[in-house]
Design a protein around this ligand. Structure first.
Ligand code: SF4
Ligand code: SF4
Length: 363
């Protein structure tokens, strides 16, 4: 890999929040024929790289649809990767003339943003939702385009959490360093050792919560982060009060920790569709709806309860195909689905939007 490509990959990894687009286009992978599968992905640089790696042993087409350079799930939930993105790349790529079939394979996590019926109506193409992760595409194709249960589920293992932590660290490191050295011009008491202290605090307050996330009792969000940050801040204060005995370090560490904690906790909302703020839900349950005038609708919006009106279900199985938590099971006795462990729902809305009988709702 040459230097330019490495730099692009590096920036694509660390600047994914700001969007890092590649040109929407059609790519031929291997030696595709008129029967070859057609995959669709978003135009976020890093996703395209990962999908290309996953497709390298296949003969197929890849449509890179416009999503403002945002990744698939965030793009689909945030209205950057949607039906019109797919319609536009179908129209501009000339894929209609390259294959004889009319089936597009989209990433499963794009489901909240896509309307397959509208795509079919306006372009003639059917939509099939493939696996959650690009690395599973090959085995999905080998398995005659059928997803296994594990290929439908989103996970947040330690590797992914560390990846997220590194994104936070990179951005906050740049921001903190810039602020620190600008302030240091006017406050000469700030020195290199204090700066290193700040970097250590940054590492502790960012990587720590990400590592222990699953073991903190609260389900998700900023409350979890705050619990960790408050404990860490207390330890920092105790260390400065009883071991280092330095007022400057004490004050500086408190200011730096609070600022970093605030950014972490606030920004954690919406980090991924899995990790949303739960504090609003807690307040709501404790009667916080009466304080709506103070907090506004947004902050008090609780995690909704997913509900299924079973009588209306037509057994189309779309919810099974799109739910990243695997909460639906087909019941052969009456050809309808059952909703299980509904408390694990992350309100991604994919099933609600895709249900053909409109029998799902988040209340
Ligand atoms: S049940 Fe919840 S997690 Fe599953 S698709 Fe529906 S909204 Fe998303
Ligand atoms: S998507 Fe709706 S109609 Fe289809 S199986 Fe699920 S609940 Fe039933």
């Amino acid at each position: 890999m040459n230097l330019k490509k490495s730099l692009k990959l590096f920036l694509g990894f660390f600047l994914r929040w700001t969007g890092f687009p590649v040109e929407p286009t059609l790519l031929k992978i291997g030696n595709p024929t008129k029967e070859s599968p057609v995959f669709v992905t978003c135009n976020f640089n890093l996703t395209v790289k990962r999908v290309l790696k996953a497709l390298k042993d296949l003969d197929c087409y890849l449509l890179i649809a416009p999503s403002n350079g945002i990744n698939v799930w965030c793009g689909a939930c945030g209205d950057d990767f949607h039906t019109d993105s797919v319609l536009s790349i179908i129209k501009t790529s000339g894929i209609d003339d390259l294959v004889e079939h009319r089936t597009l394979i989209l990433p499963q996590l794009s489901a909240p943003g896509m309307d397959p019926i509208s795509i079919k109506k306006k372009s003639g193409w059917n939509v099939k939702f493939g696996p959650v992760y690009a690395k599973d595409i090959y085995s999905y194709v080998e398995n005659q385009f059928n997803k296994s249960e594990s290929q439908r589920i989103v996970r947040f293992p330690i590797s992914k959490r560390l990846e997220m932590a590194s994104l936070y660290f990179f951005l906050l490191f740049l921001l903190t360093s810039a602020v620190y050295w600008i302030v240091a011009i006017f406050l000469p008491i700030l020195n290199l050792f204090l700066y290193l202290d700040t970097v250590l605090i940054l590492i502790g307050l960012i990587y720590g919560p990400m590592l222990i996330l699953p073991s903190i009792t609260w389900k998700t969000g900023k409350l979890k982060i705050w619990i960790y940050e408050v404990i860490a801040l207390s330890l920092i204060i105790l260390f400065n009060l009883f071991i280092r005995f330095d007022l400057l370090y004490l004050i500086w560490n408190i200011v730096a920790s609070l600022l970093i904690s605030l950014i972490m906790a606030e920004d954690f909302h919406g980090l991924t569709p899995i990790f949303k703020s739960e504090i609003g839900a807690k307040i709501w349950k404790k009667g916080g709806d009466k304080m709506r005038f103070l907090f506004g609708e947004y902050k008090l919006q609780p995690y909704g309860q997913i509900t299924l009106e079973r009588d209306k279900c037509i057994g189309c199985k779309v919810c099974i195909e799109v739910c990243p938590r695997n909460l639906y099971a087909f019941n052969k006795d009456d050809d309808k689905v059952d909703l299980r462990n509904s408390e694990k729902c992350i309100n991604c809305n994919a099933c609600v939007k895709r249900c053909l009988a409109q029998c799902l709702e988040i209340k």
